[in-house]
Design a protein around this ligand. Structure first.
Ligand code: SF4
Ligand code: SF4
Length: 693
């Protein structure tokens, strides 16, 4: 079809395009390699296979925004189809006589069914593509969907603030429309023998435009010319995610969700010195740099971020987008000095860094396997190392943890005092062998508001004949939140203290009250050689009921309840069933809130937030959650049952009890620990003095 001169021009342009594309990819790979080492990945062929299946089935994208995700699927499959369509267009251009219209009847030996299928699929996909891209352009530029914007107080890199992502989207959107329309027109112009039933859209256009040889040439050049421009451009734009997202998914975190990568202690690897945490972008692990290239800039992570919801200046999405534009300026923009720019000046404000609750919602929802939360923890680690002035509440919690082993400013000897008020002794696991070592945790050991529940756990374990003990003053805070605040040194000190105490005890497994302790003991202590079977008390209680060691004496059908999944029990560790089965066994009327299980909404206490002295204004996540619970139960409330908000975490007991007061919901809903319901159902009662206290 092309003239010899056109073919010459095509080959030159194709070479130039390939050169720029190669340069783009080499630059990206070199930049990623500037990052510090990440934990080694295992079984890469299998990881790539899994990622390919995930991408093809669009599994991760369908987790949220269902309608838009389906339209995104049309875009995705349309573009995949178009990779093949472009190849065929090029062959039609440069191979004499190669022409697939009219079922390829002018190509000797062309497989009829295959050519028809190709013509039909490419024709229909062209329509889908045009529809899908129009929806996305209208959403971004006409409807100006707020989900694609950032709060005023979120730090944005200058080019992001100036609308860089919008410009990129516009360029690629216009490309898709021009490219697909030009392809369709080139097909339409070829139909000199009338309509082709296997090309309905092109035939329709042909009925308007008629056939034209000059038209074929012009449309072909517009269509393929755009491709030769856009492919190198993609490597330099936010749409690098077309290529990098599948790679990122394949190389995604393999260790447990609840296990942070260790902060690299000051050491030399391959001739480079690495300090703990991250001050500049190249201090991040290479995988975190890859995240920036893989980011779709969809803001799904921002949608689920409790800190962003609360009006804090944190947007996990802005963090990735800022990184991406900084990297672009540093490499393609000729400003390598930006690689040494402090992250807290260019990509995330210090206030945002300290707003994160480490709830993992951003990581869980991200369709391309990004981990903005891991960046935040690394930035915290370096800020702490460099003596950043911390919030006074965090500062005093850390000081107390260092001296007392708890964050509540209590003397170590007081840790087991709550047990003295029980009607029976609790074994000291450091002195006599037990089956279960109960790791009580700080809040459950010291907070007066929670102590009745702690004692109730003990009473129920005792009634069930469980062989258990506690460590009394030898228990230290497990360190989960300390690590997430970025105090890696103190975390390691606490791990050491607890491992030494565990070493002195004889036990078969650990049961914890606090989901945060549960997480770190289960997932992070193995990094330090402490491998134990760790369970949450809801798991143990369920087993005791299933084994008949506890019996439900009274079904609690007079309660109308909903349940809040704590982040560190549910999303991090997948413990969704045990609390729900417990509620089922004790016979309450249970209804799920819209945000449940993996999608549970953080109470706002994690990652050290509970220690923060300053409470910013605005609706707190816990208050929003109470309103969600009330709205959920409202439709079932006509039967006069008492409405309860059930928790399985001592911190949640505090957060939500406060939220009930601050939302003016007293008398409408009551917060109870699941242990209180189990106690009522199995007939374990508090002695009169405690119940009345
Ligand atoms: S971990 Fe939670 S609070 Fe932190 S950035 Fe992600 S979604 Fe926001
Ligand atoms: S980090 Fe993930 S969820 Fe957030 S904007 Fe990027 S691709 Fe979307």
């Amino acid at each position: 079809m092309l003239t010899p001169f056109e073919k010459f021009v095509f080959f030159i342009l194709a070479l130039i395009s390939a050169g720029f594309t190669l340069h783009g990819f080499v630059t990206i790979i070199r930049t990623i390699r500037l990052g510090r080492p990440a934990p080694p990945l295992k079984n890469l062929p299998q990881a790539f296979w899994k990622a390919a299946v995930t991408v093809l089935l669009q599994r991760t994208i369908l987790r949220t925004r269902k309608l838009l995700s389906v339209i995104h699927m049309a875009l995705f499959f349309g573009l995949i189809t178009y990779a093949f369509v472009n190849l065929m267009d090029v062959l039609e251009g440069i191979v004499p006589g190669f022409d697939l219209v009219y079922s390829g009847k002018h190509v000797p030996g062309a497989p009829l069914a295959l050519v028809r299928a190709y013509n039909l699929i490419s024709d229909v996909m062209s329509g889908f593509l045009l529809f899908a891209i129009t929806v996305f352009l209208v959403r971004r530029f006409i409807l100006k969907d707020k989900a694609l914007t950032y709060r005023e107080n979120v730090l944005l890199y200058p080019k992001v603030k100036a609308g860089g992502p919008h410009k990129d989207s516009l360029i690629v959107g216009v490309f898709v429309i021009m490219h697909v329309s030009a392809h369709l027109m080139s097909q339409a112009f070829r139909l000199a023998e009338g309509p082709d039933p296997w090309m309905p859209l092109a035939s329709f256009l042909n009925s308007i435009s008629g056939a034209s040889q000059i038209g074929v040439h012009i449309a072909w050049w517009v269509s393929i010319g755009w491709v030769m421009f856009i492919i190198p451009y993609l490597t330099r734009s936010k749409h690098s995610h077309f290529f990098m997202a599948p790679v990122n998914l394949a190389l995604a975190k393999q260790n447990p969700r609840g296990q942070l990568d260790p902060a690299i202690p000051l050491k030399v690897i391959d001739g480079k010195t690495f300090e703990p945490g991250a001050r500049v972008i190249t201090d991040l692990a290479w995988k975190r740099i890859l995240d920036a290239y893989a980011c779709v800039q969809c803001n799904r992570c921002q949608d689920v971020c409790p800190a962003n919801f609360y009006g804090r200046p944190l947007s996990p999405s802005a963090l990735e987008v800022n990184k991406r534009y900084l990297l672009k300026d540093a490499t393609f923009g000729g400003h390598p000095e930006l690689l040494q720019a402090p992250l807290v000046e260019k990509v995330i404000s210090p206030e945002a860094v300290w707003s994160c609750t480490t709830c993992y919602a951003c990581v869980r929802i991200c369709p391309v396997g990004n981990e903005p939360m891991a960046d935040i923890v690394d930035i915290r680690r370096r800020l702490i190392l460099e003596g950043f002035e911390l919030d006074s509440g965090v500062q005093s919690a850390l000081q107390s943890l260092a001296t007392n082993g708890n964050w509540m400013g209590k003397g170590r000897r007081l840790r087991g005092r709550w047990a003295k008020e029980l009607e029976f002794p609790i074994k000291n696991a450091a002195e006599e062998a037990v089956e279960y070592l109960w790791f009580v945790g700080d809040t459950a050991s010291f907070d007066e508001r929670v102590l009745p529940n702690t004692r109730m756990v003990a009473r129920i374990f005792h009634q069930a004949g469980l062989d258990f003990g506690i460590l009394y003053q030898q228990e230290s805070n497990a360190g989960n939140d300390v690590r997430r605040v970025g105090e890696e040194g103190l975390f390691e000190q606490l791990v050491e203290q607890n491992l030494a105490a565990f070493g002195r005890a004889q036990f078969q497994r650990i049961v914890t009250t606090d989901p945060h302790s549960f997480n770190t003991l289960r997932n992070e202590y193995p990094q330090y050689g402490g491998r134990f079977e760790v369970e949450h008390y809801t798991m143990v209680l369920l087993r005791l009921l299933e084994e008949g060691r506890l019996t439900v004496k009274q079904r609690l059908s007079h309660y109308l309840v909903t349940y809040h999944d704590p982040c560190y029990l549910g999303r991090y560790n997948g413990v969704f069933a045990a609390p729900r089965k417990l509620l089922e066994r004790i016979g309450v009327e249970f209804h799920e809130m819209p945000r449940n299980c993996e999608n549970s909404f953080c109470c706002g206490a994690g990652g050290g937030q509970i220690w923060m002295g300053k409470v910013p204004p605005g609706e707190r996540p816990a208050e929003n959650r109470i309103r969600e619970a009330l709205a959920t139960l409202q439709s079932y409330a006509g039967n006069g049952k008492k409405q309860l908000f059930i928790v399985a975490c001592p911190k949640d007991m505090i957060m939500y009890s406060d939220a009930v007061k601050t939302t003016g919901s007293e008398g409408k809903i009551e917060v109870r620990d699941i242990i209180q319901l189990v106690a009522e159902a199995v007939g374990v009662v508090e002695p009169v003095s405690e119940a009345g206290a």
